[in-house]
Design a protein around this ligand. Structure first.
Ligand code: FE
Length: 241
């Protein structure tokens, strides 16, 4: 893509790197000026993902780690949407990986010290490669909120982490989807580091009752825009175009 054809992102919609209410951002925020590094050939020439690598249950988190097809505990949901470019064109062949806590707000990870129980039928990770209309879909369990240390103990709203891989190693973007109506969204300092209300809203998956009725599973729609004025906020990319 010609760099001149890129629409610049709107920096008013991006969070400040150093947000006083979000303790980790103070530790992580760069203290020196940014330095541009040109990409190497190996960084921009791969990887390419073949849709054949995706197995049947990779996007079904209710079954991909279950024992003898036992369902994990919690509300079964579908999360679906499209991956779009700066002109809102759908993007084919984009690898999406997600990870999340179980319905009790516990990650299957040794460093998760939350008291909530592990669900032996739920690992909380899945992947999908978009079809040519940019579409993706995951079947999963609604994640629980969980406490974490910030200004004392605070609560993360229910969320699903998304990683979106482009055509090269330098094109991996990471964000989070929240759930429409979750009262914890309002008080979350991570979300509140984004100053623009429209940009905050773009991180919230919307309840799609029409699809919920037809599929008989509670359904949330979450589109991701990779570039441009209406770009989704990516936590690993707060600088540059
Ligand atoms: Fe999380």
């Amino acid at each position: 893509m010609n760099i001149k054809s890129l629409i610049k992102r709107n920096f008013e919609k991006q969070p400040v790197a150093n947000h006083s209410d979000y303790k980790s951002s103070i530790l992580r925020a760069p203290k020196n000026n940014k330095i541009n590094f040109p990409s190497t050939v190996s960084e921009i020439s791969g990887p390419s993902f073949n849709k054949d690598i995706i197995r049947e249950l990779d996007n079904d988190l209710t079954l991909n780690f279950s024992n003898k097809n036992q369902m994990p505990i919690g509300q079964k949901i579908i999360v679906y949407g499209k991956i779009l470019d700066q002109f809102h064109n759908p993007l084919d062949g984009i690898l999406i990986e997600i990870w999340q806590a179980n319905s009790g707000g516990k990650y299957l990870h040794e460093k998760d010290k939350n008291d909530a129980p592990i669900d032996k039928n739920f690992a909380g990770c899945g992947r999908y490669i978009t079809s040519n209309d940019g579409f993706y879909e995951f079947i999963t369990i609604k994640p629980g909120a969980y406490p974490y240390p910030n200004r004392g103990i605070e609560w993360r709203p229910m969320h699903i982490h998304f990683s979106v891989f482009g055509k090269s190693f330098g094109q991996r973007l990471i964000t989070q989807m929240y759930f429409q109506g979750d009262p914890l969204i309002k008080s979350c300092p991570m979300i509140n580091s984004i100053p623009n209300s429209g940009a905050k809203k773009s991180l919230v998956g919307c309840l799609d009752l029409k699809k919920s009725k037809s599929d008989k599973v509670l359904t949330y729609k979450f589109d991701i825009i990779l570039r441009g004025y209406n770009q989704t906020f990516f936590e690993n990319r707060i600088e540059g175009l």
